[in-house]
Structures are given as C-alpha cells and as structure tokens.
Design a protein around this ligand. Structure first.
Ligand code: NAD
Ligand code: USQ
Length: 382
C-alpha cells in the first residue's frame, strides 16, 4: 500500500512509519515540526536525542520507500495537492497538538489547539472528498474523549437510548477533560458527518496513553523516537521513568486513582499496522478502542518503583496536588473487541516494559538533568 503519515516526525508517527516500511508499504511522511518547537517553548527537549528530519529520511530509506514532506495540515491547498499527487491508499492522521496541559495554558494555547486540530482534520476530509474519496482515513483520537463516565464505555460511535419514553440511536455521550481532548470529540463528530453525507471511509481510534522507548525497529540511536517528560508534554508513565532516573520522587497527582487504558509503543504501532492493513468496508466509519491495560497512576508508580529497585535505584513516590480538574477515584470499564477480533495480541506488559525504559534512559541521565526544573507540574486547569 501507499500510506501518507501526517505527523511522521512525532512520538508515534516516526515508529509507525518504520513499521509500515518494514512491512513493505510505501510511506510519505508529513510534518511541520510543531512539536519540536512547542517542546522548546516550554523549556524542554526530548529525553532521548532525535535526528533531524533529513537524517531520519536517510535512515528510513534503508528500510524501504520513504520520503519526508515538510508541510502544515492547516494549509488546505497543501493537503489537497498532497492527496491529489500522492494518491495514497490510506492516510494516517496524527498531526495534531496532542498535549492536554499545553491546551490549558491560556486563551492563545486553547485557540491554537482548536484551530490546529479541527482545521487540519476538516482540511483532510475535504481534500479526500475532492481528490480521492476512496482513501481510508485512519484518524487518531483518544480514550479521553469519553472522560470517566460511571457506565461501561461502549466501543461504538452510537448508543441506543430512551428519552421520555421514546427510543433513538444517538452519538455515544462524551465528556472530555481538556480543550485538547475536546478537539478529538469534535473531530469525531465531523468524521461521522462526513461519512454520513459523502460516504468517506474512516477508522477513528480512541487510544489511551502510550508509554515506552522501543519498537522492533528502534534498534539504535538513529531510530530513536522523541520521548517527552516535562510537565506539559510528558505523559505519566514516561514521566515517572525519567523521575526515577533523575532520583526525583514519582508524582501521582492527587489521590492517584485516575485510571486509563495504557499501551506500549510497540503495541500501539502494531495495533495501527493491523487497522491499516485491514480497512473497514469502503464507505463505512469504524470506531475502535485501543488500549491494553487498565491501570491507576498510583499503581503505575509502584511498578516503576519495583523496576527501579531491580536496577539499584532508590525510587520514592510523593503524591502532589492535582493541577488538573478530574476525578481522582472513579469507575472505568471500556469495551475492547475490534482489535482482538482482528487478531491483535499485546506483546508487552507495563511491569516488564518500564524496566526496558529505565535501562534506555539511564545513559542519558546527564542530558535529561539539564531540564529537571520543568518536571514539577505548573500548568493548572484553574
Ligand atoms: P507528537 O506531538 O509527538 O506527534 C504529532 C506530530 O504532528 C508532531 O511531529 C507535530 O510536529 C505534528 N503536527 C502537529 N500539528 C501539525 C500540523 N498542523 N501540520 C503538520 N504536522 C503537525 O504526538 P504523538 O504522541 O505522536 O501523538 C500522535 C497522535 O496520537 C496525536 O494526534 C495524539 O493526540 C494522539 N494520541 C497520542 C497518545 C500518546 O500517549 N502519545 C495517546 C492517544 C492519542
Ligand atoms: N498524571 C499524574 N502524574 C503525572 C502526570 C500525569 O498523576 O506526573 C495523571 C494525570 O493527572 C491524568 C493521567 O495521569 O489523570 C494521564 O495523564 P497524561 O499526562 O499521562 O495523559 P493525558 O493528558 O490524558 O494525555 C495523553 C496524551 C494524549 C492522549 C491521552 C490518551 O498526551 O495525546 O490523547 O494521553 S487518554 O489519557 O486516554 O485521553
């Protein structure tokens, strides 16, 4: 297949591009390098050194047919020209502002996030409709679209409800927890609408937080993917591993009962590979929940503590006041059936993988320690 990966310079986009190349697909990687700039803006950097896009292009070409295109998905003419000239079978859309704290900083960051994410997805929808309506759009959404409801989360875009005695099928209720997470809800509605009126083909993925340093293709420094750990861009498991390496206490926010559906980088890339190679029926909208382990942030701290002990690190845990507005103890039971039905079997467990992560990060302790001032949470929801 020929696959366009929007956001190919990112944490997920780069390793997915490598996986697709190794499977024999042709890959066009697109990025405007926004994340590199935004991480610098908050005074941080990737914990693992990453190559320039030019060096990445050279390295990826060793695995297969790859080219890197610099471009911004909020530019409609660029996206339309890309789809018209490349004529891909599938487009994977990762190219969004993906940090909840970044979106909550102030009005400028909230508006940037809304504009970047909604406009990019809408441009892609129109470009596909105009230039190649049979493209399979694989869009990365988030489990955070649902929030943490007190009902079992269905793996479905619609639910049957009865309101005042009358029944109907309505979009699954969602209640996101940051401006960033809300952009994914709105993207979902826009794709449902585009599917309804034009019959475009979508896979909309509700993915939980991803952790890890490795995939099968990341075998040396040249293939490293970015690894963020600061209070704005770092996600919880990755942050804990850096904190452990630096000898800082792990930082569960508040009571620490916040539970999410986590998965390793390797499992994320493999799940995506399966969804791309097994598209839904042409003209349909497929809704997928993508996670492996339901864990609370308190429980994860104990995993990292245990892994640290095995490596001779003295890891402490210190609950810190929660900078976010979110439930700290809650029910959480999402459904998971599409990926297992397609043959997806997790390859990694968090308990094991955090050991690998600590080993990968330890040689970069000095590099990371330059950024220890941006680890404690400062960005508050209110
Ligand atoms: P990332 O920030 O590392 O990657 C996103 C890439 O898109 C970056 O390289 C960035 O420069 C690029 N980009 C952003 N706006 C762009 C634009 N307007 N034009 C072109 N390129 C643009 O993030 P990631 O962790 O790789 O996440 C990829 C996608 O998966 C995101 O949509 C994110 O919301 C989603 N997601 C991530 C996780 C996770 O834990 N990392 C979990 C669930 C969903
Ligand atoms: N948390 C801590 N301690 C920390 C950091 C975070 O307790 O040091 C808590 C947060 O308060 C939250 C949970 O961990 O309850 C998850 O936070 P996170 O920063 O790991 O992840 P989140 O902000 O939800 O966002 C990440 C990605 C985003 C993706 C989302 C999937 O950045 O792109 O959409 O995970 S999900 O969480 O399922 O919505």
């Amino acid at each position: 297949m020929k696959i366009v990966v929007l956001g190919a310079d990112g944490y997920l986009g780069w390793p997915l591009s490598l996986r697709l190349l190794r499977r024999g697909h042709r890959v066009v990687g697109v990025d405007n390098l926004a994340t590199r700039r935004a991480v610098e803006e908050v005074g941080s950097d990737s914990a693992l050194p990453i190559s320039s896009p030019q060096e990445r292009e050279r390295a990826a070409k060793e695995l297969g047919d790859f080219k890197f295109v610099f471009g911004d998905v909020t530019d409609y003419q660029f996206v339309k020209e890309l789809i018209s000239s490349e004529k891909p079978d599938a487009v994977v859309h990762f190219a969004e502002q993906r940090s909840a704290p970044y979106s909550m900083k102030d009005v400028e960051h909230a508006v940037y996030t809304m504009h970047n994410n909604l406009e990019g997805t809408l441009n892609l929808i129109y470009a596909v409709k105009e230039a190649k309506p049979d493209v399979h759009v694989v869009k990365m959404g988030t489990m955070g679209e649902y929030g943490t409801p007190n009902f079992d989360i269905p793996e479905s875009a619609f639910v049957e409800v009865e309101i005042k005695g009358r029944r109907d099928r309505i979009p699954t209720p969602k209640f996101a927890g940051s401006w960033y997470h809300w952009t994914k809800v709105y993207d979902t509605y826009n794709m449902l609408f585009a599917n309804k009126i034009w019959g475009l083909t979508f896979t909309d993925i509700m993915q939980g937080p991803v952790y890890g340093t490795r995939t099968e293709e990341i075998v040396s420094e040249r293939f490293f993917t970015r690894f963020d750990f600061d209070e704005v861009w770092g996600t919880v498991v990755n942050r804990y591993c850096v904190e452990a390496v630096l000898g800082l206490p792990l930082t569960p926010y508040g009571k620490g009962g916040q539970t999410r559906g986590f998965l390793s980088l390797e499992d994320s890339v493999e799940a995506l590979r399966i969804l791309i190679e097994n598209p839904p029926e042409m003209g349909s909208y497929r809704h997928v929940n993508q996670f492996v382990e339901l864990r609370s942030v308190r429980e994860i701290a104990s995993f990292v503590q245990d892994a640290g002990k095995e490596l001779g690190l003295d890891v402490k845990v210190q609950h810190v006041p929660n900078p976010r507005v979110e439930a700290e103890e809650h029910y959480y039971n999402p459904e998971l059936k599409v990926l297992p039905n397609l043959g997806f079997r997790p390859r990694k467990s968090m308990r094991e993988e955090v050991k690998v992560m600590l080993k990968d990060l330890l040689p970069f302790k000095e590099r990371i320690s330059r950024f220890s001032s941006v680890i404690m949470p400062r960005t508050r929801w209110k």
